[in-house]
Write a protein that binds this ligand. Structure first.
Ligand SMILES: [Mn+2]
Length: 284
């Protein structure tokens, strides 16, 4: 299957979703590695240069272009659920969509969507089986990083024996768990300070933990702060409110046991079962 994608293909463009996460980047780089093994010219496209914290990934130092050129025979998109969310928008007729999201809309001319995979990286590892392609130590490491990140450090409910078997195979191929864990658990100084503020302002109210701070938190800040706020024993949910200068409040909800998605929907928000939120609103 995987080799077939590259047949009669002189060059491909590799793209991912907006604000690419580790799984998306690892998958982009895995496709780059495979293209190079199959002697297909490839070009990696992102919207911004890669931040330094991702430099441990193989191919991170490879040339990255910010604007796509249309002269590729094909494009491969990874880890993106719908066409709108892509960073770049090539002709859908030339597009192969490789993804693991349940909400994938099959927007490509060929769609390899496997919702039983915990990450696109794991899906690519499945596709690599029996293809007579070399899984180098660096490629194995990238795939392990994607799995580790999308399972929130192997903590999500879908981490089963198959996932651990995949990780074990990757370690045997030379991936370094230490390298992945250390690099993915680094917290920037700015994030650490925001986390400090969030925790200092936290209160336990009935059976949920809440915190409210001023300032505009980006996705990374929210992810880290909400994660820790949701770790307090005997609480069922965490509520993190960030207030902007206009006094409007944005709310992030996390829970391991209750569906916060339902609650967020009542405020016209959205997200997942365990992680949801809603945008700035005047509360009170
Ligand atoms: Mn993913």
């Amino acid at each position: 299957m995987l080799r077939y994608l590259f047949e009669n293909t002189k060059s491909i463009g590799i793209i991912g979703h907006q604000n690419p996460d580790i799984d998306c980047l690892s998958s982009i780089f895995a496709i780059a590695d495979i293209s190079s093994q199959l002697n297909t010219d490839f070009q990696i496209y992102l919207k911004k240069p890669l931040p330094e914290k991702y430099s441990f990934l193989n191919y991170a130092k490879h040339r990255i272009d910010l604007e796509i050129k249309s002269n590729h025979c094909k494009f491969i998109s990874v880890d993106c659920a719908n066409y709108k969310r892509l960073m770049h928008h090539p002709d859908p007729l030339k597009l192969i969509n490789i993804d693991h999201h349940k909400s994938n809309t099959n927007y490509g001319s060929l769609n390899i969507v496997d919702i039983s995979s915990n990450s696109t990286s794991q899906l690519i590892f499945k596709l690599l089986q029996n293809q007579n392609l070399h899984i180098s130590k660096d490629l194995a490491n990238n795939i392990l990083a994607g799995i580790y990140a999308d399972t929130l450090s192997l903590q999500t409910k879908n981490v089963n024996s198959e996932v651990l078997r995949t990780c074990s195979k990757l370690l045997r191929l030379g991936a370094s768990l230490e390298k992945v864990v250390k690099n993915l658990n680094k917290i920037s100084f700015q994030n650490l300070k925001i986390l400090g503020k969030v925790l200092l302002n936290s209160k336990i109210h009935k059976n949920y933990a809440k915190s409210r701070i001023h300032g505009d938190l980006n996705k990374d800040h929210l992810r880290i702060s909400s994660y820790y706020l949701n770790q307090i024993p005997n609480t069922k949910m965490s509520v993190l409110m960030t207030e902007n200068k206009k006094g409007e409040v944005r709310t992030s909800l996390r829970s391991d046991t209750i569906s916060v998605h339902e609650l967020a929907k009542k405020f016209n928000g959205g997200g997942h079962q365990t992680a949801s939120g809603f945008e700035y609103k005047k509360l009170n």
